[in-house]
Write a protein that binds this ligand. Sequence first.
Ligand SMILES: Cc1cc2nc3c(=O)[nH]c(=O)nc-3n(C[C@H](O)[C@H](O)[C@H](O)COP(=O)(O)OP(=O)(O)OC[C@H]3O[C@@H](n4cnc5c(N)ncnc54)[C@H](O)[C@@H]3O)c2cc1C
Length: 165
Amino acid sequence: MSIKTSEVDVLIIGAGISGIGAAYHLQKHCPTKSYAIIEARSEVGGTWDLFRYPGIRSDSDMFTFGFNFKPWRSPKAISPGQDIKHYISEAATENGIDKHIVFEHKVLAANWDSASAKWHTEIQNLKTGECCQYVSCFFFLVPVIITTIMVTPQILKALRIFQVK
Ligand SMILES: Cc1cc2nc3c(=O)[nH]c(=O)nc-3n(C[C@H](O)[C@H](O)[C@H](O)COP(=O)(O)OP(=O)(O)OC[C@H]3O[C@@H](n4cnc5c(N)ncnc54)[C@H](O)[C@@H]3O)c2cc1C
């Protein structure tokens, strides 16, 4: 059975602060490049969507933790988590990044194909269980702090080829 295959220039994993930031800079500096963000959750925000316990807040001040393209306007420099989630979500919407996000899809494996010189990424739709594939020139795994990440051994194996640390 053939699975649905989509092709983009850049595939970004995760719609947390890193993924939204990466998408912003990609579309600003490389406006002709196509991209998609694959996000396992149903909303933008990553860490700040996942953790909702009372009192959750940043440790850093938001004036430096925030995006360089979207000034932090709240007077609360150490911010409640829900305000950070709202800020990330707003940044995605304001810049049309939300239209590129494929929610409730999980990256299972990524393999470099030398013949086509492209990444072949296996993705599962978490609502239906169906699998699909994205083919891309670049594979961008952005989450910097592993709080919500679901990186499978197959993804790590693929990254080791390129000595990503
Ligand atoms: C309580 C708390 C306070 C913190 N305070 C600070 C702070 O003040 N300053 C600071 O620098 N850091 C702080 N951190 C760390 C914080 O997590 C990061 O700074 C930042 O939010 C990480 O963003 P990210 O986009 O890199 O990753 P994440 O927020 O982890 O987002 C990754 C996204 O990728 C998705 N994803 C992962 N694997 C897959 C997959 N296989 N397929 C599809 N989607 C996938 C996840 O669902 C998630 O949405 C804090 C963390 C916590 C929990």
